[in-house]
Write a protein that binds this ligand. Structure first.
Ligand code: AMP
Ligand code: ZN
Length: 110
């Protein structure tokens, strides 16, 4: 995926500070944070959306990494979001798990 921005972030082509990195995923701060703490957890491998990710160990790992980064940053209450498809608010078509915390949340989301 030569022109995918998040592939360039995860490969290091675009220098980005990672809060977590291993061979499967990276976590970094959202450029337009929707709360005091807003990170994205993405697989290094390119998948357009969560619907393409058939590997349950990868989806599980993304959540484990989110839990760990939240704990490392003393974020006890947070929300996970995976926007899937344009109508659901997906704007970047490399799957990413949002973790937003540090403020009171309302329900339902808009
Ligand atoms: P979504 O709308 O669910 O596809 O989320 C895409 C997210 O990526 C948005 O929250 C953007 O603020 C975020 N984003 C876009 N470009 C960057 C970037 N260069 N670095 C960090 N986050 C980004
Ligand atoms: Zn990509």
């Amino acid at each position: 995926m030569g022109d995918c921005f998040f592939c360039k972030i995860s490969s290091g082509e675009i220098p980005t500070e990672f809060l977590f990195e291993d061979d499967k995923v990276v976590a970094f701060r959202d450029i337009d944070p929707q709360g005091p703490f807003h990170i994205l957890i993405i697989p290094k491998e390119h998948y357009t959306s969560i619907k393409e990710v058939k590997d349950k160990s990868l989806t599980g790992h993304m959540f484990s990494v989110g839990n760990r980064v939240a704990e490392d940053n003393n974020i006890e209450n947070f929300r996970y979001i995976i926007n899937t498809g344009e109508e659901a608010g997906q704007t970047v078509f490399h799957v990413h798990l949002h973790l937003i915390g540090g403020r009171r949340m309302t329900w339902p989301p808009g």
